[in-house]
Design a protein around this ligand. Structure first.
Ligand SMILES: [Zn+2]
Length: 237
């Protein structure tokens, strides 16, 4: 019974270590998710920027073209004698000048937009760098912890093997079956009360237990019982 009691302590320890190990994953997943979101945003900003850069190039070409037309019109006007032709060229000149004004305004707006996208990209880069750093730090911390935990698991499993060697297969199977339902498959009985379910066991069962009969189950909860004295001895070891 003491072997089972020991085994239960080792198993509880191993469960705790495994839970701790599993608790690391969500933290890393959160950071990874943030990085994925930031990378997505980065890609969008960059494609937006590329589109705007093309627009700006086109607009600049148009502006240059208009400036050329305006210069031509001005040259023509200086050489014109005929009124009708003069007004026609003047009208064209005015039209092109208005167009130029509009497009230069548009171009200024576009340049502003481009600058703001570039700022957003810089901001995004900073956030990503911070997240990547956080990830690296977290991964390092976790890998150190995991290494420690894995050492503990290994030594726990070695201890477990020693204990299970001394146990009969039937005992082991029963222990493992009960453990699926209750983490404390092995419980102490004190003054005739099962400390697993807090129900009194029948007097005859308790007497048998005190006599040292092995592998007795609590008639109420089916947990494997050990008497309190045995459990205490085990704790002091
Ligand atoms: Zn019980």
């Amino acid at each position: 019974m003491q072997l089972l009691w020991d085994l239960q302590a080792i198993d509880a320890g191993l469960d705790g270590i495994r839970d701790t190990q599993e608790s690391f994953a969500p933290k890393l997943d959160n950071i990874k998710e943030d990085i994925v979101l930031l990378s997505g945003a980065e890609a969008e900003y960059k494609s937006e920027l590329a589109t705007k850069e093309v627009e700006r190039r086109d607009l600049r070409d148009k502006v240059e073209q208009l400036k050329g037309l305006i210069a031509q019109s001005k040259e023509k006007i200086a050489q014109i004698a005929n009124n009708k032709e003069y007004f026609a060229v003047l009208k064209e000149l005015e039209h092109n000048q208005k167009q130029l004004e509009r497009q230069e305004l548009e171009l200024a707006g576009l340049v502003e937009e481009i600058d703001s996208i570039k700022e957003q990209i810089a901001e995004n880069d900073k956030d990503m760098a911070a997240k990547n750093e956080e990830m690296a730090i977290e991964e390092k911390a976790i890998s150190t912890k995991v290494a420690t935990l894995e050492r503990k698991i290994k030594s726990g499993e070695r201890g477990r093997q020693t204990k299970t060697k001394g146990l009969e297969q039937a005992f082991m199977r029963r222990y493992l079956r009960i453990r699926k339902r209750y983490k404390n498959a092995v419980v102490a009985v004190e003054n005739g009360t099962c400390l697993g379910c807090n129900v009194n066991v029948p007097p005859q069962v308790y007497i048998d237990l005190l006599k040292g009969q092995e592998m007795m189950s609590c008639p109420n909860c089916q947990r494997i019982m050990v008497n309190r004295a045995e459990a205490e001895v085990e704790k002091k070891k």
